[in-house]
Ligand binder design. Structure first.
Ligand SMILES: Cc1cn([C@H]2C[C@H](O)[C@@H](COP(=O)(O)O)O2)c(=O)[nH]c1=O
Ligand code: MG
Length: 208
């Protein structure tokens, strides 16, 4: 019985880290803007530093309804999710996290409801940028509040769902659209490059 208990204690002490994909591992916003400007050179666009809503579509809709449709057509098109550029340092940080003692890391991402390309291409992106072994570490869900973990690193400032008080601490990953958002006492992670993510993980590990 001692063995069983020690296994339970060991797994309970592991810090379970959930990491979002779009705008945390891969740069949805930059590619969306580049593609929009290339497809619609004569239309008004929203520079990244002027983005404010979580959904780009919503902000474009305030300018003109057809611009929002054009935005949707871009992220619904084949290759969009597959070819997203990496957020600087994200993949190296993920690989390091995966090797850290006492840490278990998963990718937790919400796919588009129009899943034709998005679902497959999220898997392709992960395989290409992180490696095949990461295909076993994917949680795809429209409702992240039901996912289990100690921390969720995610750029969406307000994550709502079936569970009113999710089990994880939400650390807001800074993105163009949330720089000015009221994040009500939540912590931020600004990037994967200045090493501050390691301090965050160490601090979280002390609390597990
Ligand atoms: C900006 C924007 C995003 N989306 C979609 C793209 C993804 O499927 C989700 C975001 O997923 P995450 O796991 O929360 O990062 O939202 C969209 O439909 N419209 C948009 O303008
Ligand atoms: Mg995101």
């Amino acid at each position: 019985m001692a063995g069983k208990n020690s296994f339970r204690n060991h797994s309970e002490r592991k810090l379970l880290v959930l990491v979002d994909m779009d705008q945390v591992l891969c740069d949805f916003e930059m590619r969306l803007l580049q593609e929009f400007q290339s497809r619609h050179p004569n239309d008004p666009f929203i520079p990244l530093e002027e983005r404010r809503t979580f959904y780009a579509r919503d902000q474009y809709a305030k300018i003109r309804a057809d611009l929002a449709d054009n935005i949707r057509d871009i992220y619904n098109s084949e290759g969009f999710f597959r070819d997203l550029p990496e957020i600087p340092g994200a993949c190296d940080a993920m690989k390091e996290l995966k090797e850290m003692e006492g840490v278990d890391v998963f990718i937790c991402s919400s796919p588009l409801t129009s899943y034709e390309f998005c679902l497959k291409e999220k898997f392709q992106w992960i395989e290409e940028h992180l490696g095949q072994e990461w295909l076993d570490k994917i949680i795809l869900t429209k409702d992240k509040t039901v996912a289990n973990g100690h921390v969720l690193i995610d750029d969406r400032p307000n994550i709502k769902g079936a569970i009113r008080k999710p089990i994880w601490e939400h650390v807001v990953f800074t993105a163009c659209h949330n720089v000015h958002s009221d994040i009500r006492g939540k912590r931020r992670l600004d990037n994967w490059t200045d090493g501050s993510w390691r301090d965050l993980i160490l601090d979280l590990q002390m609390r597990v």
